[in-house]
Design a protein. Structure first.
Length: 94
């Protein structure tokens, strides 16, 4: 049962469609601990992830991809996303 304090949940596939981010990248973010998991998947049931976390990371991803003529790739993507997220968490904003 959800309470007012429980964040909204979304599956990886729904998030990929809604935010225009590859599902594999969302999976990687989950493994890196950048996205909170509300309910782990299993036996054909999808993960339920915190939508707010995905929205924040997707915004950073699209912002940085728009700046780069070749898009974001590999380690550069992870470094930029992590740095922006850490800055935001420290109060510097996006």
């Amino acid at each position: 049962m959800r309470t007012a304090e429980t964040p909204a949940g979304i599956s990886q596939s729904e998030a990929a469609r809604k935010y225009g981010v590859p599902q594999q990248l969302i999976s990687r973010w989950v493994k890196q601990g950048l996205i909170r998991v509300l309910r782990p998947g299993g036996r054909g049931r999808p993960y339920e992830l915190v939508e707010e976390d995905i929205a924040r990371l997707a915004a950073i991803y699209h912002e940085e991809a728009a700046r780069s003529p070749h898009g974001l790739q590999g380690k550069r993507t992870r470094r930029l996303l992590l740095q922006k997220l850490l800055d935001e968490l420290r109060g510097y904003g996006l």
